[in-house]
Design a protein around this ligand. Structure first.
Ligand code: S3P
Length: 170
């Protein structure tokens, strides 16, 4: 297995925030699968969904996973909410799940300073009922693929970082 930390979890759980803080604290590179796809496609995720459809986006995620497997090591990789489905996930590094209830996540997104843009850039969160159904559908699968589970609702950001660092050597 590669020496990367693979940060997974549902949209809005705070992967980006935790990843940036981890990178700053431990001096490692932090890359994001959505950013990699956006730069390769030269299009925002939202536009890729609109213009090319979700199936195409999922292909981009698999290509990104293949590139990570071949080229990336010693890095914290924060992943889009559906990235856990790539067929080589476990080969990419130690899989860390940021876990919280749907209500906690929804509340975090609604009350964020930039709530509008946080919701607008996530096409699969445009309808709360559908987002909740997607959460229910994925809940068990996230836990199944995770090597480490971080309960974000009960840990401070710093406690999260220490738990991740303690469990993952990169
Ligand atoms: C998705 C989550 C998004 C992004 C895309 C699809 C999903 O990333 O990859 O909109 O399927 O859950 P975030 O989890 O960073 O919002």
């Amino acid at each position: 297995m590669k020496k990367n930390i693979i940060l997974i979890g549902f949209m809005g759980v705070g992967k980006g925030t935790t990843a940036r803080a981890f990178a700053r604290k431990y001096g490692v590179y932090n890359i994001d699968t959505d950013d990699l796809i956006e730069s390769k496609e030269n299009k925002e995720v939202k536009k890729i969904f609109e213009k090319k459809g979700e199936a195409y986006f999922r292909k981009c995620e698999q290509q990104t996973a293949d590139w990570i497997e071949q080229c990336v090591t010693g890095t914290l990789i924060s992943c889009g909410g559906g990235f856990y489905k790539v067929n080589n996930l476990k080969k990419l590094g130690t899989v860390v799940l940021l876990d919280a209830s749907f209500e906690w996540i929804h509340n975090r997104l609604k009350t964020a300073k930039n709530a509008k843009s946080k919701l607008a850039k996530r096409p699969l969160f445009s309808d709360v009922k559908q987002a909740k159904a997607l959460y229910k559908e994925r809940e068990k699968a996230y836990k199944k693929v995770a090597d480490v589970i971080i309960d974000v609702a009960t840990l401070t950001l710093d406690e999260q970082l220490e738990k991740i660092a303690g469990k993952c050597k990169i």
